[in-house]
Design a protein around this ligand. Sequence first.
Ligand SMILES: [Zn+2]
Length: 457
Amino acid sequence: MSQTTKIENAAFIITVDPERRILKDGSLLIKDDRITQVAKSDDLQDTPADRIIDATDMVITPGFLNGHMHISYAHATRGIFPDDLGPAYYPYLFSIQSIMTPEEEYNTSLLALTELLKYGTTTIVDPGSTKHLGACLEAYRESGCRIIVGQQVTDRPNPWNLPVYSTEEALKLTGDTIERWDGELSGRVGAWAMPFAPEYCSDELLVGAKRIVDEHSTGLTIHHSQTVPAGEGASELDVSSTQKLADLGVLGPNVTLAHALGISEHDVEIIAEFGARVIMCPTAAIKGGSGMTSTALLPELLEAGVPVGLGTDAGNNSNLVESMRAMYLAAVLYKDGRRDVSKIPAETAVELATLRCAQALGLDGDVGSLEEGKKADLVMFDTRRAEWRTLFNPINNLVYNADGRSVHTVMVDGRVVVEDHKPTFVDEWELIQKVQSLGEDLLERSGVSFPSRWPVV
Ligand SMILES: [Zn+2]
């Protein structure tokens, strides 16, 4: 039986549709999982619906997308690493992750998803770090999120304690993962190839992974040029790593490069020429001292027409996993770094977290904007709060004033997953207590310990 929903009397609906309309006094009609109409409230006043959601004093936006976020492990031991450790924390992290049980991973994934959904992120790319996809599928099912998963693989030694497979095993795992999980949960789950990074993958693995995704009409994401090298601009290695992917035939419109911090202007041209896509993670980049504000080429990628979206990376390197904060940073970093207030306007920042990110993930046919025919993935912000007032320009208030705390209601695929600021799918406090205790247990089992620099008495 199909169900109709009307969300009525919103203060503003930020549609991100082709005309970028902002509807003042707007309403939305939804049938099951898809939007059927976006219109002025007066025009839909007499249209009946099975379910009515009051949006008085709300600003409605498309659901946000997070194009790079390892959701499965970091919440268990979040915040334990000193901030001056830099990449040296990775081996500890991956050794903790390697001993996690399916139940532990399910619970940490569910907590990460709870946080993401509560603050308005409805689509997530988990770049291949989930070990027990079967257990975690339950977390995706319960939370109602939209997610792209995969299996991160390397076939070369790496300093990060990542498992090293033979090339053949890595390719088999990639193909099997896509065949098993792509399209699960009525299409809310996608599965991609996820070779970890060009430095730790042979040419054969990279080429083979691309061939698999071409055959399966799915995507590939890879950590690419994750840091800006010390000194000026990009190093020879970074330049050649983009060129190398292009020369191997691995770049293409179904390939999403994550981070892309150390790329050169020539690399931007290559990425544009091959139609590849990029996800940048400002909250992680600046905490990692990457020099993103002055050297990473987000404005240039946009000028070159490359589909770019935002990610946050894991809860243990950026720590912040909120799309709203990534969107804010995208808007302000380049104004400061380039000493140019025309860089990344607020409207572009909104696009980076919505439609442009959907394009960078190949999902823009379904999500990223509020239009007839698209999936009903949306966020309702409560503007009856000090940080939203006064309210004249909802875009500026959304990007520069607000954060996830004002997210009142979140819908994914037509299902309300957050209502009155609370997740509808889980007892949040009970889950938090569970993850706190499993985190303590994991630290004890792994022997990883980083005492506070200040005495805890
Ligand atoms: Zn990553």
